[in-house]
Design a protein around this ligand. Sequence first.
Ligand code: IPM
Ligand code: MG
Length: 360
Amino acid sequence: MGAGRARRIAVMPGDGIGREVIAEAVRVLSAVDRRYELGLEFEEGLVGGAAIDATGHPIPEQTLALCRRSEAILLGACGGPKWDALPRERRPEQALFTLRKTFGLYANLRPATVSSPLLTASPLRREVAEGTDLLIVRELTGGLYFGAQSRTGRGQETAAVDTLPYSAAEIRRVVRKACEIARGRPRHKVTSVDKANVLETSRLWREVATEVGRETPGVTLDHMLVDNCALQLVTNPRQFDVIVTDNMFGDILSDEAAGVIGSLGLMPSASLGEQPPGLFEPVHGTAPDIAGKGIANPLAAILTGALLLRYGLDHEPAAAAIEAAVHRALQDGCRTADLAGKGPALGTAAMADAVLARLH
Ligand code: IPM
Ligand code: MG
């Protein structure tokens, strides 16, 4: 690289298929780095079960320090049966919550696009799935995931409580982010999803979202109840552009959206705060049943690399180049086992090779 300051990327593969797919994502990012002279520098850190095994902690201070001096974090996945018995605060998933909170990553972007070569991967009828191109913006640092929890009593008398707190400020910033993103997309449309007919936090959510919608010129914002949204996602997904919703609803709806496009193996994500580093990870998790076999679909991780370039480094051409290469590989019939049906399937590395060969 030239004289420019190196842009450090914290690479944290984590557990299960995280290791396999992140290795391929880094290969693709390195190729794009050479082409566009981005000056990327990759440095590995321990996270999740891998970190627990090595240090006893799901996210050691050394890893957090690496993240602090990086421009973006590329994460594989955390967790697995080996660590399931651990108490809550010592489980691998805790690393995710620590990262989300430490770096204030309140907006989680999960795009779901049915690309033409993969129309048959969707379990929905062609005429329903075709043209789906939506983006879920999930609030990621509040709500049920971070509210007070408690347990009292014993035996049949045991009771448990989760709480769902949201402030207007927390709602405002994530809805603003969704509106900002919608302005950059062709349809300029935001659907705010809540349960305002039941929950007080949702009534506040709706009030604040309405205000933000009014303040954002050129964007139309409407509201939908979450149960109806779950239905609409599988009956008429094309109607959606940007969906913005709270932490729990967003968790559920984004898995459903992955179902609409046909595989979790295709879904990337970006988690953003007010400043870098953002966190970029495939949505699929560790998939312990196929880990270590070299058959996992690397496309979600590779597409996550594209989001890292777009939202983390603000380099649209490099991001678009990766997405175009993935599209070409799919168009040419390249498929991993999750998408191949009865046809021939490529392994993890071969699929990444297919993308690399089509990177122009
Ligand atoms: C996700 C995951 C996590 C979440 C789990 C692993 C804690 O499902 O990122 O969607 O619920 O946030
Ligand atoms: Mg989830």
